[in-house]
Design a protein around this ligand. Structure first.
Ligand code: KE4
Length: 427
């Protein structure tokens, strides 16, 4: 039995100080139950909790650490940057280097604005879509999560879904009415919205791989269909690649599927573990952002030199495309291993995966949309979560979160994960 007494003590104290004892709901373990694991440090594929227990980490801070925790090149860049100060109060060359790097990896991002989180990126992209089209409605997908901006907390995924609050309190009806909800991988549900409200729709925002209901891949033709509908109706197609950007490929999922969004939202990997988000895309659109144009958006710490240095170091490591070969190998290794274990134990299970993002669902049928995600065996996942934690593997504490791998998850680490999984699923 794991000794987590320090986490228990810290959790009791945190509950008196912060809502749910956390600064982001999913960390509270509400859906899996039990005491949240308070973390103390991390190295490569490993995290160490407040009691000194060591775990192989499949959370990776919910996506940023594609190179593993505490990467020496990222840390060196942070230490170097901090020696020149933290927030300088004016433009810095590093911001141009970051913008250039994004454009190199994603040539369809002709111009970019750096912000501090994925939420800021999606909120700003929505405002820009509204400014550019003069329209107000936005189409999103049931279960997709785009951060905690009011307009997106309608049928949202991730922590909102985990808590059973996909429609948050405090979002005025007048705002929610501007958010039209379609079903992921159901193109007719989108076509119906355009038929009903096409002239009011400013944009369609989509996670090209739905990573906030676990991991649901786009059906053939789905994203191309969105592209065609948006182009036909004069709406903008917005790829929310906060999770998939630089993770599934250097150019995100847009590189893989060959579809060009009008705007893209970025985060997580781009900050190397520090707060960075970004939105960008067509130059004619981005030139409408203040101070170049009438759509206002700002941020005291946007383009922060420390965060930009960390992000640049991380992206520079990804110049070497073999990093993606290693990520693919690790993902394929786990996918095959989980499927083999569950089959041999007679446990109905499905592994959905895109590169180094994956999810194991306890389900006897394919999981291709929101309804099928909701039909999976969450009670079994919760038991599995705790047994994996006992065995020294930390999963995201929700059946609706994506699991992540890094270049630090080598073959031996993946083998260990599978050993623990077999034990966790036996008996
Ligand atoms: P942030 O504001 O949390 O940096 O990004 C919001 C966001 C936007 N778009 C997508 C596709 C995202 O996945 C996210 C954030 N993802 C969740 C994890 N599923 C963040 C974890 C958390 O809320 O603590």
């Amino acid at each position: 039995m794991l000794d987590i007494s320090r986490s228990e003590t810290l959790h009791e104290e945190a509950l008196t100080l912060m809502p749910g004892g956390v600064n982001s709901p999913v960390r509270a373990y509400k859906s899996v139950g039990g005491t949240p694991t308070f973390l103390r440090e991390a190295h490569g594929a490993t995290v160490i909790d407040a009691d000194g227990n060591s775990y192989i980490d499949l959370v990776l801070a919910y996506g940023p650490h594609i190179l593993g925790h505490n990467h020496p090149r990222v840390n060196a860049a942070i230490v170097d940057a901090v020696s020149r100060g933290t927030a300088l109060g004016g433009p810095t060359e590093g911001e141009s280097r970051m913008a250039q790097k994004i454009r190199t990896f994603m040539p369809w991002v002709e111009m970019v604005r750096l912000v501090n989180s994925g939420t800021e990126a999606t909120m700003s992209a929505l405002r820009l879509a509204r400014a550019a089209t003069g329209r107000t409605a936005i189409v999103k997908f049931n279960g997709c999560y785009h951060g905690h901006g009011d307009a997106f907390l309608v049928k949202a995924g991730s922590g909102a879904l985990t808590l059973g609050a996909p429609d948050s309190a405090g979002v005025p009806k007048s705002v929610a009415e501007g958010t039209l909800v379609a079903e992921y991988n159901d193109l007719p549900s989108v076509a119906r919205l355009f038929a009903q409200a096409g002239p009011t729709i400013a944009g369609v925002i989509v996670e090209p791989v739905a990573g906030n209901v676990g991991c649901v891949l786009p059906a053939a033709g789905f994203l191309a269909g969105l592209r065609e509908l948006c182009s036909r109706h004069g709406a903008l197609l917005i790829f929310d690649e906060v999770m998939t950007g630089f993770r599934v490929a250097r150019g995100g999922y847009a590189e893989i599927c060959g579809i060009r969004p009008d705007l893209v939202c970025l985060g997580k990997v781009i900050g190397g573990g520090l707060p960075v988000g970004a939105y960008g895309g067509r130059r004619d659109l981005m030139q409408q952002v203040a101070p170049a144009g009438p759509m206002y958006q700002a941020g005291t710490l946007s383009g922060n030199p420390i965060a930009v240095a960390a992000g640049l170091a991380a992206l520079s490591e990804l110049e070497d495309r073999t990093a993606y070969d290693r990520l693919e190998d690790a993902g394929a290794h786990l996918e095959a291993g989980f499927e083999h274990i569950c089959r041999s134990l007679g446990i109905p299970a499905v592994v959905n995966r895109q590169g180094s993002m994956l999810c194991l669902y306890f389900s006897d049928r394919p999981v291709t949309n929101y309804a099928e995600v909701m039909a999976t065996d969450r009670a079994r996942f919760n038991r599995f979560f705790h047994r994996m934690r006992e065995g020294g593997v930390l999963l995201p504490p929700s059946a609706f979160e994506c699991w992540f791998l890094s270049t630090a998850h080598d073959e031996a680490t993946c083998d260990r994960i599978l050993e623990v999984a077999r034990q966790a699923l036996t008996g």
